[in-house]
Design a protein. Structure first.
Length: 409
C-alpha cells in the first residue's frame, strides 16, 4: 500500500526582531523645529506686547483728545490752551474753537507717536537680550563639541562629548564624533602596543647578539680577522639597536606630555654637548655658544633627546676642517628658544622639509652611512610637537643649517 506523504511543515518563524522604527522627521525634536517654535513664539509674544502697549497708548490719547480744551463761563469762551481774546463775532469764535480742537488732537497724536517709539526701543532691547540668551542656550552644545575637539587636538583621545538632551542634529553629531574618537583611540592604542611589543621583541635578540660579540672580542686568542669581523658586526648591531630605540621614541613622542616638570634648556643643551664633545674632538669640530637660562615645562629626557640629536647632526654633517657648531639658548617673546647652527655642506632650500621625514637624508647620504639611522630630526620634531612647540630649519649662508626649536614657557 503506497505511503501517504506527510503534509508539508510550516516554515519556521523568523527569530529576528524588526528594527526600531524611528519617528518621522517632522515629529523629531530637530533643531529646525525647535528654532521655528522658539522664534515663532518670540515673535508672537513680542507682537502681543506691542499691540497691547499701542492699544493702551491709543486709549489714553483718545481720552485726552476727547476732552474739550475750552469752556464757557458767563457767556464767554475761556481756555488755558487756546487763545480766544479779541473775538467779537460767532464766526471768529467757531474758527478759533476748530483750531484749538485740531491743535489738541495733534498734540495727542504726537504724544502717541513718541511713546510708541519709546516702547518699540524698549521692546527691541529686551528682544535682542532674550534672543542672545536663547541663542547661547541653543548653541551651547556646539561650544561643548568645540572644546572637546580642541582637547582631542592635543592628542588627548580619552575625551568624550557625551552630550545629553533631545535627539536632534547636535546630539547626532556629538554621538558620531564620540564613535569616531573611540575608533581612533583603539587604533592609536593598538599602534602603540604593537610598537612597544615589536621594539621589545627586537631589542632582546640584539642585546643577545651584542653580548655574544663582546665575549668573542674579549678572547685574546681570537685571530685578527675574526676580531675585525666581530667589530664590524658589533657596529652593525649597535646601529640596529639605535634604529629600534629611535622608532620606539618616535612612536612615544607623538603623545601629549601629561606629566610636566621645570626643565632648563641651557642645562639640557650642556648635557648634550658633553655627550658629543668626544666625537666633535675626533672630527675637529669646535662647539661654542652662550646658553642663557630658559626654563620650560616638559619632559627632561625627551628634551635632552632633541638637543642631543641636533648637536650630533651638527657635528657629523660638518666640514672636514675648521668646522664649528654654535649652541645657544634664550627667552624670546614668552618662548624658550634653542638654536643649533653649524658649518657644513650647502643644503638646498627645497630639501629642508625632507630632512624631517623618517629615514631621509641629503641626496649624498645613504643608509650605509655611519652618521645615523635617519630618525634624529623626525624624533626632534615629534618631541617638539608633543611639548606644544615647533622646530624650524634654515640653510645657513656659506653652508650648513640653523636649527631653531621654540617651546612655550
Amino acid at each position: 500500500m503506497p505511503t501517504v506523504p506527510a503534509p508539508p511543515t510550516a516554515p519556521p518563524k523568523p527569530t529576528w526582531e524588526p528594527k526600531h522604527q524611528e519617528p518621522p522627521y517632522w515629529l523629531r525634536p530637530t533643531i529646525r523645529i525647535r528654532l521655528t517654535l522658539l522664534y515663532g513664539g518670540m515673535f508672537l509674544i513680542a507682537g502681543i506686547l506691542l499691540l497691547s502697549i499701542i492699544y493702551m497708548l491709543a486709549a489714553e490719547a483718545l481720552h485726552v483728545g476727547s476732552e474739550l480744551p475750552f469752556k464757557i463761563v458767563s457767556g464767554q469762551v475761556t481756555s488755558d490752551v487756546c487763545n480766544f481774546s479779541g473775538i467779537t463775532t460767532n464766526e471768529a469764535a467757531n474758527a478759533a474753537m476748530n483750531t484749538c480742537v485740531n491743535h489738541q488732537r495733534q498734540q495727542a497724536l504726537d504724544t502717541l507717536l513718541n511713546r510708541s517709539l519709546l516702547a518699540l526701543v524698549g521692546l527691541s532691547v529686551i528682544a535682542f537680550a532674550f534672543g542672545y540668551a536663547m541663542a547661547g542656550r541653543v548653541l551651547s552644545p556646539l561650544g561643548r563639541i568645540t572644546r572637546t575637539a580642541r582637547r582631542v587636538a592635543g592628542t588627548d583621545l580619552s575625551r568624550r562629548i557625551e552630550l545629553d538632551g533631545p535627539d536632534d542634529e547636535l546630539k547626532e553629531l556629538a554621538d558620531t564624533f564620540d564613535e569616531m574618537l573611540d575608533r581612533l583611540e583603539r587604533a592609536f592604542t593598538a599602534q602603540q602596543r604593537f610598537v612597544g611589543n615589536a621594539s621589545h621583541e627586537l631589542r632582546t635578540p640584539l642585546a643577545i647578539n651584542r653580548t655574544l660579540l663582546e665575549v668573542h672580542l674579549s678572547d685574546p686568542q681570537a685571530p685578527p680577522e675574526l676580531k675585525q669581523l666581530g667589530k664590524t658586526l658589533l657596529a652593525t648591531n649597535e646601529r640596529s639597536e639605535q634604529l629600534v630605540e629611535g622608532l620606539l621614541l618616535l612612536a612615544r613622542s607623538d603623545n601629549q606630555i601629561v606629566e610636566r616638570k621645570p626643565v632648563d634648556l641651557a642645562e639640557v643643551a650642556s648635557r648634550a654637548i658633553d655627550q658629543t664633545r668626544g666625537e666633535a674632538e675626533e672630527r675637529g669640530v669646535e662647539i661654542r655658544g652662550e646658553r642663557a637660562p630658559a626654563v620650560v615645562q616638559g619632559n627632561g629626557v625627551l628634551l635632552e633627546r632633541i638637543a642631543l640629536n641636533l648637536v650630533q647632526n651638527a657635528v657629523r654633517y660638518n666640514v672636514p676642517e675648521e668646522g664649528w657648531v654654535e649652541v645657544t639658548t634664550e627667552l624670546q617673546s614668552g618662548q624658550a628658544v634653542l638654536v643649533v647652527s653649524n658649518t657644513g655642506p650647502v643644503v638646498p632650500a627645497y630639501e629642508i622639509d625632507n630632512l624631517f621625514e623618517p629615514f631621509r637624508r641629503l641626496r649624498t647620504e645613504r643608509t650605509g652611512s655611519d652618521k645615523g639611522v635617519g630618525l634624529g630630526l623626525s624624533i626632534a620634531r615629534s618631541v617638539a610637537r608633543a611639548h606644544g612647540g615647533r622646530i624650524l630649519a634654515e640653510p645657513r649662508e656659506g653652508g650648513g643649517l640653523v636649527m631653531r626649536v621654540s617651546l612655550p614657557v
